[in-house]
Structures are given as C-alpha cells and as structure tokens.
Design a protein around this ligand. Structure first.
Ligand SMILES: [Zn+2]
Length: 368
C-alpha cells in the first residue's frame, strides 16, 4: 500500500495535575493530586498514565503525552521529573502542554504579575516567557526539546502560534473545532480538520465528527463511543486523510469524581488500541518520530457527518463498488490476512449496536 493511504493517528494524552484540587488543598495535597491526576489511583487500582502506557505497549502502539510542566511553579522540578521519567522510560513521546492558571496560583514573577486562565489571555512576550519556562522544565527532566504544543483548555490564539514559532516549536495542536463555549482563539476556517501552516507553525486540529446541532464533537475518548470513534477513523481512512488526532487525559479513564475507574471508558480505550493496532490503514504516530505533514493551502475537509450509518454505508458501498478494497482481503496470503480477519470477527461481537455500519467501518479499516 502506498504511504498516502495510511492515516497517522495521534493518540494524545494531556498529562496534568488538577489546579482545582490545588486551590482546595494546596501544597499539602500535592501527593494526592499527583496520585489521582497522573497515576489515576483508585481503590480498584491505577488507571492513569502507567496503566495507559501498559495498554499501548500491549498493542505495540506509541502515545503522545502532552505534559503540563507549569505545575513546577507550585511543586518544583521534582514533580515534573515524577511525571516525565516514566514516560521517557517507557519510550513514549513527551510534548508540551500548559495551563497558565498555575501562574496565578504560584504568584511568581514569571509574567510580572499578569495572570490569565488561558494562554490567549497573555500578550505575545508573556506567552514566549511561559512557553520558554515550560520547555526548560521538560528538558530539565530529561525530555528532548519539545516540538509540539497544546494549550490548556485549547485556550491558544494566533500569538501563541507566533510565540511557538519564535521558540522553534514547529507544531501546535490547540485548535479544537468550534465546539460550544470554546475559548480557542486561533484563526482557522470553520471545519478545518487537517494540518496546515499558520503563523510559521503547523496547526494540527483535534479531530471531530459533526453533531446533530450542526456543530461538532471532538474526538475525545470520553466524548465519542467506540462505534463513533471507529466510524470516524474509517471515514478518515476512506477519505485518505493523512492524520487523525484523538484527545485524552491522564485521568480520562476515571469516573467524574475521579474515585473509581469508568469501566466503559477503560474498555473503549482498549478497543481503540485494538483497532488501530490491527488496521493496516492506521498507524499510531508520534510527533518525535512521525510528525504530521501539512496539507497545501486552506483545505477544509468534511468531517464524519452526524448520520454515521447512512454516510459510512454509502461511502463504504461506493468504495466496494470502486474496487478500493472489495475482494482484496481474500487475495492476501492467509498469514497476512488472518490477523485482520480475526480482529474484525472478534470486534463484531461486542460492537453490535450499529449493525451493518460497524461491519463496513471495520471492513474499511482492515482492508489491506
Ligand atoms: Zn490540560
């Protein structure tokens, strides 16, 4: 298969302590905050980044961990080390995340007393200082110099991109499409879905599907069902999108109260890993090893429309009739086709809700 037919999937995990927890319990609560927010510790076991990396490793996948090092302002470099070291040891990608509310909580001179909930609340010079501080903290923990950034709350603006360019950080993935109450201030055409040049950096939008209201729901592990995610991946593969970005968090697999695992989401994470690992059309990519290629111009790609079944069935049937995949599974040597067929058959059983849709989606993803 030619390189262009593979969709790079960025499984991104925003890895951060809770500033809300810090507001309530302060420095005395930092160990608990770390245990819950990073390790995902519950009475039923740990479901944070350690668990997630274990699952990724089990499927031979790599994840991108966007670590928020600004927590060092209240907790010191040691806290950044505790987060970053296990990720580096496991060979996953460490990139830069930043929640600027730590500046207010720490009351340091980083921005001469100016505070803001989001990166976009700060002027360009302050943003450069914040990012520079974050880069220094990650590198002090032993991480390679980050090449990619995501703002906390997606709260970046065009100055954030200029600041990143100034510091040589080549990729930003803070643009989360037009969902309700978004604070993202990056100027992009509505519906942008693929990497494009913006202000001398490559903006890599968080992927999304269309919602019934005409807006969009972004590809976050807790926001889309396994069926929707698989359908969206199939749609991206079918339309030969070069990349697909999924968002998760270090604490994503926990319940809302963060006191126990959310078993549905835990299972969903596994199903997603399984599909990506099994599909010859998808590759789990990292910014360090396989950074996204920008598409030319102002291309706006259609997202998976709300009527999942109808659209995917139609596209899938067209693909079959065009001979895009059709009989190809059957033509492969048995050894090569077997894992994909086995995977498809295994997945069909638990994912029964959408009937023919998920069959088509899996057919698309497993076609060689
Ligand atoms: Zn965050």
């Amino acid at each position: 298969m030619d390189r262009n037919a593979i969709t790079d999937v960025y499984l991104t995990v925003d890895t951060e302590l809770s500033s809300m927890h810090f507001r309530r319990f302060g420095v005395a609560g930092l160990d608990d905050n770390f245990a819950t927010s990073i390790l995902g510790r519950t009475a039923a076991g740990d479901f944070g980044i350690g668990y997630q990396m274990e699952r990724l490793d089990a499927f031979g996948l790599k994840g991108v961990f966007f670590v928020d090092p600004l927590v060092a302002l209240v907790a010191g470099q040691d806290m950044v080390d505790r987060i970053v070291h296990p990720i580096l040891d496991a060979g996953h990608d460490v990139q830069l995340h930043a929640h600027s509310e730590w500046i207010e909580l720490a009351q340091t001179g980083l921005t001469d007393g100016r505070i803001g909930r989001n990166m976009g609340d700060f002027n360009l010079e302050d943003q450069v200082r914040i990012l520079e501080y974050g880069i220094e903290r990650l590198m002090a923990a032993g991480a390679p110099r980050p090449v990619a950034f995501r703002a906390g709350n997606y709260g970046a603006n065009d100055d954030t991109l200029r600041a990143l360019a100034r510091l040589g950080v080549r990729y930003d993935t803070s643009y989360s499409p037009d969902y309700e109450d978004s604070v993202c201030g990056i100027s992009m055409p509505s519906g942008s879905a693929l990497p494009v040049w913006r202000e001398d950096v490559i903006e890599v939008p968080v992927s999304a599907i269309s919602s019934p209201s005409g807006g969009s729901r972004h590809a976050q592990i807790t926001a889309l069902s396994a069926q929707e995610m698989i359908a969206a991946l199939a749609y991206a593969a079918l339309n030969r999108h070069p990349s697909f970005t999924i968002v998760s968090h270090s604490f994503e697999l926990l319940s809302r109260q963060r006191d126990k695992p959310n078993k549905i989401v835990v299972r969903r994470f596994d199903q997603l890993c399984e599909v990506i690992a099994a599909s010859p059309r998808l590759r789990a990519a990292t910014y360090a090893a396989n950074p996204p290629e920008p598409v030319a111009g102002d291309l706006v790609f259609e997202r998976l429309p709300h009527s999942l079944a109808r659209t995917l069935l139609r596209n899938g049937e067209q693909a079959v009739s065009n001979g895009l995949y059709g009989e190809q599974l059957g033509k492969l040597p048995v050894g090569a086709a077997a894992p994909a067929i086995k995977m498809r058959d295994r997945l069909v059983a638990p994912l029964h809700n959408l009937g023919p849709l998920q069959q088509i989606a899996l057919d698309i993803l497993m076609a060689v």
